[in-house]
Design a protein around this ligand. Structure first.
Ligand code: G6Q
Length: 547
């Protein structure tokens, strides 16, 4: 049994140290040290990570790295890459890193090298994606398949949604990509209303092939297709991505049209597998591979670099510093790029499903907080919505800002304005504005003495609000791969320190069971199921309304 986190020497030292740092102002740290940005910036290929605008001193970092070492971060990283069953509650290795292991060194799970199977599926996937793009794999009536519809939910949806959007500039001309995830019939109806069955390829993406939303949506789409083109069309318009061959066959999809992945790939870590088929089709298999290469570059950095220069490790430690010592349990990710608009939603699952846990690896309830609430959205839009709270809310919210230096759409001065905005946000959050500074501004703007007095506090900003800034050259497949892998590893390191299993998701599974209990009651026949009076009343009211 591991020493309880809060009893560790490094943890206690951090608590002690926090008392000395909590009132230190970042603007003073910057004023005192012109080298701060240079000291606290790291670069990997085209990705720059500036973490200087955070509330720490050299000593803080020293304690945080000590904590990481005492929590055996280095050993745990090795264990994951070695294929150890670190997802112990499900008795599984955690090998999404093998899916992008581009130098093909053997990686073992249960004594078997997983690389040959991974390479075989990747090759099959590339060939299929190319055949669809070239119009060699045609629809039942001989038409080119230009509407790609991914049916999946959670981990079988969010990665492809995010990455296809991020790589929209790379889409093959004439192709469209749609996603059906929600069980709400509207999700299905809205897509089916817009597409022609003769030109549509459905990708049923489900690791288990038992998820009610995905199977219900897939059945609806199958019926829609069969009604239009007849049963034999299914073979030309449906493929499946799954670990469950038996259920795929039972559903009526030819196993030749099935692309396999494995239990050692978690749902929210699966966009690198055949779950990324929609990405490979619309953006092309070469770009899909570039994305794998970018992730591989980040994996190598993460695996080989000492903690002090390791980007995901530093991100993780700063997160722990705020979460567990400042008591700040929220975290925002703001990409300043329209193509990354779904990145926060993707990260929300990655982070919150992985580290939203209250039982540690020793089966004990934790007595410290674990995963933060992650939210975000694309800048500058969010500046006009929740940024008020980021600037003047009672607590600070650590932010990650992501900005490409070059836009895919360099129109007029749009991109300069965008860049100016993101940099100004980081600076303003760090420096803040004292009442004195606010008063001086108001006076300069011609306000009367009374007005200045009345307004200066409302116009002041406490500052000392931390942010990381990530500068990319451009949102391209390689950089996207790096970015996603970087956040995956950050989440992993935090899970190691919190001593939790980041790779199971019992809460999601509970959700899958719960609705099944109520479903028969809604359809009218079941009785005798005991609920609380609120739930029973709600069921009765809805049934009445539906009559
Ligand atoms: C991800 C979760 C969850 C899962 C969905 C879909 O890590 O386990 O989001 O991806 O519930 O599951 P299937 O792929 O099995 O349909």
């Amino acid at each position: 049994m591991k020493t309880q986190l809060t009893k560790m020497r490094a943890w206690k030292k951090l608590h002690e140290h926090y008392k000395h740092v909590k009132n230190v102002q970042m603007r003073d740290l910057f004023d005192a040290d012109n080298e701060r940005a240079e000291k606290y910036t790291l670069q990997l290929d085209n990705l720059l990570f500036d973490y200087s605008k955070n509330r720490f001193t050299d000593r803080t970092l020293k304690h945080l790295f000590r904590l990481a070492r005492d929590c055996k971060v280095e050993e745990n990283i090795k264990a994951m890459f070695r294929g150890d069953k670190i997802n112990f509650t499900e008795n599984r290795s955690v090998l999404h890193i093998a899916l992008r292991n581009r130098d093909n060194t053997p990686i073992y799970s249960d004594g078997k090298n997983v690389m040959p199977d991974i390479n075989a599926v990747l090759n099959k996937m590339k060939k299929f994606a190319e055949a669809v793009r070239l119009g060699k794999f045609k629809g039942h009536t001989g038409k080119k398949l230009t509407n790609i519809v991914n049916i999946g939910i959670g981990g079988s949806d969010l990665g492809p949604v995010m990455a296809t959007e991020a790589l929209k500039k790379y889409w093959q001309k004439g192709m469209q990509c749609y996603f059906i995830s929600n069980i709400d019939g509207t999700a299905c109806a809205e897509v089916l209303n817009r597409i022609d069955p003769e030109e549509t390829l459905f990708i049923v993406s489900s690791k288990t092939f038992t998820t009610i939303e995905t199977l219900t949506n897939a059945r609806t789409c199958r019926k829609w297709l069969v009604d239009a083109l007849g049963e034999p069309a299914v073979a030309k318009h449906f493929i499946a991505i799954s670990t469950n061959r038996k259920e795929v066959e039972k559903f009526g999809i030819n196993p030749d049209n099935m692309f396999e992945f494995w239990d050692f790939v978690g749902g929210r870590y699966s966009m690198w597998s055949a779950i990324g088929m929609s990405i490979a089709i619309v953006a092309g298999p070469d770009n899909f591979e570039k994305m794998l290469e970018g992730a591989f570059a980040m994996d190598k950095h993460f695996y080989r670099t000492d903690l002090e220069h390791n980007i995901p490790v530093i991100m993780a430690l700063l997160g722990i510093w705020y979460n567990n010592f400042f008591g700040v349990k929220r975290y925002a990710v703001i990409p300043y790029d329209q193509y990354l608009q779904y990145f926060p939603a993707y990260l929300q699952q990655l982070d919150m499903e992985s580290n939203g846990k209250f039982v540690d690896k020793d089966g004990q309830f934790v007595n410290y907080s674990t995963g933060p609430v992650l939210f975000g959205g694309a800048g500058t839009n969010v500046q006009h919505s929740f940024f008020q709270l980021i600037h003047q809310g009672t607590d600070f919210v650590p932010c990650d800002f992501i900005i490409p230096a070059i836009s895919h759409n360099e129109i007029g001065d749009h991109h300069e304005i965008l860049i100016a905005n993101v940099l100004a946000q980081g600076e303003a959050l760090m420096r803040g504005k004292t009442e004195k500074e606010a008063a001086a501004e108001l006076t300069k703007a011609g306000k009367s003495k009374e007005e200045v007095k009345a307004l200066k506090r409302y116009k002041s900003f406490s500052g000392n609000r931390p942010s990381n800034t990530f500068v990319l050259k451009k949102v391209d497949p390689y950089t996207l791969g790096m970015l996603v892998a970087m956040y995956e590893h950050k989440v992993f390191v935090q899970g190691i320190i919190w001593n939790i299993n980041s790779y199971d998701q019992m809460g999601v599974e509970l959700g899958k069971q719960l609705a099944l209990n109520i479903l028969p009651e809604l359809s009218g026949n079941a009785t005798g199921i005991r609920h609380d009076c609120s739930t029973s009343r709600l069921i009765a009211t809805i049934k009445k309304l539906r009559k």
